[in-house]
Design a protein around this ligand. Structure first.
Ligand code: UGY
Ligand code: MN
Length: 258
């Protein structure tokens, strides 16, 4: 449910550039009825319709909300990932039960479904992802991974101590993508404007900043979502008093297709 009739002119910070980049702010999100999700507010963020090769979702699970019957993803060639933004969720995958609080995450390899349930007294919020897994000849398959970002040590990014990264998944060729968390101290920024073949879907966990997307500087803050397509220029500065941090996906460990 949104806020009813507005008392001001309608406005939006969202920017959509199909295939290039998108900033999607929380005010514009709508509920998508996705089979399997019960008592949840599900917003599809990136998708192939936007030009992404993956699908991202931000899902609020209301008290008792779940996807525990049909399950999420799990097609033979589809891998998936869940990150808990707030609350507490139970996930059953490969017949094992896991409970995750804020910062908790699970990666499910191709063919593994996730059965998700909110076990918090109030709402829980999760960032979800799925994409087609790209096999590598002679390489073993990826495996189920669980963890909590709060237990992972930060590493300086490209020699910048004010900007730090965490790798959430193993750096192993079995995996064709990784999830990371980048954190910027107030005033810190990328050491250079990146231009690379990989795509990102990023959910802002804290802080405020200005983000360079295709050489346009746009204000961003906690709760925003950014899609960055292949080769789009990208970098940011953290502004304000809090650290800016975001969790994001990045394809890796594979050659470019011809
Ligand atoms: O890993 C990355 O490519 C990351 N530094 N990109 C980004 O923050 N936009
Ligand atoms: Mn990047």
């Amino acid at each position: 449910m949104k806020n009813g009739f507005p008392d001001k002119l309608l406005e939006s910070r969202s920017i959509i550039k199909q295939g290039l980049y998108a900033l999607i702010t929380p005010e514009g999100l709508v509920n998508n009825s996705v089979p399997g999700f019960e008592n949840c507010y599900v917003s599809i963020l990136s998708s192939p319709r936007l030009g992404a090769s993956f699908v991202d979702y931000i899902v609020t699970l209301y008290e008792g909300g779940h996807n525990k019957e049909r399950g999420f993803a799990g097609d033979a060639d589809v891998e998936s990932f869940l990150y808990v933004v707030e609350g507490e969720v139970k996930v059953i995958a490969e017949d094992k039960e896991h409970t995750f609080t804020e910062g908790g995450y699970i990666y499910c390899p191709p063919g593994t479904k996730m059965f998700i349930e909110n076990v918090n007294k109030g709402d829980s919020k999760v960032f979800l992802y799925k994409q087609k897994y790209k096999e590598l000849e002679g390489q073993s398959k990826p495996w189920l991974v669980t963890g909590n970002a709060n237990d992972i040590e930060e590493i300086e990014y490209e020699g910048t101590k004010e900007m730090r990264i965490k790798d959430l998944l193993p750096t192993d060729f079995a995996f064709d993508m990784n999830f990371h968390i980048l954190t910027f101290d107030p005033g810190a920024g990328h050491p250079f404007i990146e231009t690379h073949v990989q795509e990102h879907g990023a959910y802002l966990l804290s802080g405020e900043g200005v983000y360079n997307l295709d050489n346009e500087w746009v204000p961003v803050k906690k709760g925003d979502y950014i899609f960055m397509g292949p080769y789009v220029q990208q970098a940011c500065y953290a502004v304000g008093r809090d650290k800016l941090s975001y969790v994001y996906s990045k394809d890796c460990n594979r050659d470019a297709d011809l």
